[in-house]
Design a protein around this ligand. Structure first.
Ligand code: ZN
Length: 481
């Protein structure tokens, strides 16, 4: 049937013999390669050329992908920024790292995060972020020698000298309006041109935020893909403006999508600059360059918009491209991989020891061996915020979703219904029972992961004055990040 019955699916936990089975191919690795981890917020892979999009949104990313390893079905732990990045750094599902809702939780110091591993190994570590949920108050700054806040905190045209925290409602909205790629790139350049990297390898986390709404790319990207539009809509306030919705005319929806694509093209330019910097310094072959995202976003696919709302693929399918010339690729991997696999993969590629608490698998054996099939791992995604309590189990063939508030469940046959438009009951013929069994196994592994985790999430370190401000604004998590 549609549900793939062939190879026995590895458990959610690591398969320790994998490296022995597939061996090592590829070329010589640098002793201690640099790592540049680019997280492009809200980037849907189906809007990138290298993932088959028809519009030329991503010439630089495509060129990098053509020389590296590309994972076609890479799945996030969550459809929004905070838990997804916490999973990126801890390599455990959201229920295990515990940072599942904004304002309430911060990542426990007891996890060994990905940047902490590189810091402990003697790397110089730096992070540059431009989205409010990357703020160190949520615990995501752990392990960075420097962690630079590039969030736009002042509403357009206003001056505010009291922005000690980036979550106040007007500040939060301001963070969506601005163009921040230039600032992030400037901070990257400042770091990269510094003298310290001459003496030690570096780990750089570059968080590019402009693809996230609002969809207001700078010229020429604002008109690049829809120069003739003369309708009333702009990408500004995409999420907050109720006038922008799935009921607007198709032509206007297309314009919104063209603006989203413009943001991708603008961000692709930044990625190209970073690649150029590495090449000009002669470091491309000594650097693992990763391009990924935290989550996607809905562009009216299911009658809605934005993210942090569902677990449909447009919100949880993300790109993963690993560029490491001489060691990796070129190769494309069709099997499914997960956000939680990135950390083990990077540690493995860089020769760092594995971290016992992680629940992902290293993809490095596949990358080194150019094994085009790649792994095929069941992926858990969760949304436990903004009044939703959803968990899904996805395979390459299907997705099983449970609503824990009412006990309801449904599954989707991704082979026949890739758009997830026809929810199926368990009783329906096909892969439903098999998916449910995988779901139940994953749920058990999550419970055991929680028991083994070094600690649950700590209370968020949000200043009391800001908590009052958030409450006064009726901010309950927003559904916007
Ligand atoms: Zn995000």
């Amino acid at each position: 049937m549609i549900f793939p019955s062939a190879p026995a699916r590895p458990s959610l936990l690591a398969a320790p013999l994998l490296g022995l089975l597939v061996g090592c191919g590829g070329g010589e690795a640098a002793d201690r390669p640099n790592v540049v981890l680019i997280s492009i917020d809200t980037l849907r892979p189906d809007h990138l050329g290298c993932y088959g999009y028809g519009r030329p949104t991503s010439p630089n990313i495509d060129a990098i992908a053509a020389q590296g390893g590309l994972f076609e079905q890479h799945i996030s732990s969550a459809p929004w920024t905070l838990p997804a990045h916490a999973a990126m750094f801890t390599s455990v599902p959201d229920s295990v790292h515990g940072v599942v809702d904004a304002v309430k939780f911060r990542l426990s110091e007891d996890f060994e995060t990905l940047p902490e591993s590189f810091q402990s190994a003697g790397y110089s570590t730096a992070g540059f972020f431009a989205g409010p949920y990357l703020h160190p108050a949520f615990g995501l700054g752990q392990g960075f020698d420097r962690y630079v806040d590039c969030v736009q905190t002042v509403p357009d045209g206003e001056v505010d000298a009291d922005n000690e925290w980036s979550m106040r409602d007007p500040v939060l909205r301001a963070s969506h309006h601005g163009v921040t790629n230039d600032k992030v790139y400037g901070e990257w350049q400042r770091f990269f041109s510094g003298a310290s990297r001459e003496d030690e390898p570096f780990f750089a986390f570059v968080h590019l935020w402009d693809v996230h709404f609002d969809f207001t790319p700078p010229p020429p990207y604002d008109t690049l893909f829809d120069p003739d539009y003369d309708g009333p809509f702009t990408g500004r306030d995409f999420f907050y403006d109720p006038a922008i919705n799935a009921a607007i005319p198709r032509r206007d929806q297309e314009h919104i999508v063209a603006l989203y694509d413009g943001e991708i093209a603008w961000t692709d330019e930044i990625v190209g600059r970073i690649r150029h910097d590495l090449g000009a310094a002669g470091l491309l072959e000594d650097t693992i360059l990763v391009i990924t995202a935290d989550h996607g976003t809905e562009l009216f696919d299911h009658g809605g918009k934005g993210h942090r709302t569902t677990l449909y693929d447009e919100q949880i399918h993300i790109p993963l491209i690993v560029h490491y010339p001489g060691v990796v690729g070129p190769a494309r991997f069709g099997g499914q991989t997960r956000m939680i696999d990135l950390g083990p993969t990077l540690r493995d590629l860089a020769g760092l020891p594995a971290v016992a608490t992680t629940m992902g698998e290293s993809l490095a054996p596949y990358l080194r061996g150019n094994l085009a099939g790649g792994p095929d791992l069941p992926a858990v995604s969760e949304l436990m915020s903004v009044g939703r309590n959803l968990r899904s189990l996805r395979t390459t063939g299907g997705k099983f979703v449970v609503n824990h508030d009412n006990g309801g469940s449904a599954w989707f046959d991704l082979a026949q219904d890739p758009g997830e438009l026809q929810p199926l009951a368990l009783s329906a013929e096909g892969a439903g029972p098999g998916l449910k069994r995988l779901y139940d196994e994953a749920a058990e592994e999550i419970i055991s992961g929680i028991e083994r985790a070094p600690a649950g999430a700590a209370a968020a370190d949000v200043p009391a004055s800001i908590q009052r401000s958030l409450a006064a604004n009726g901010y309950a998590g927003g559904g916007d990040e």
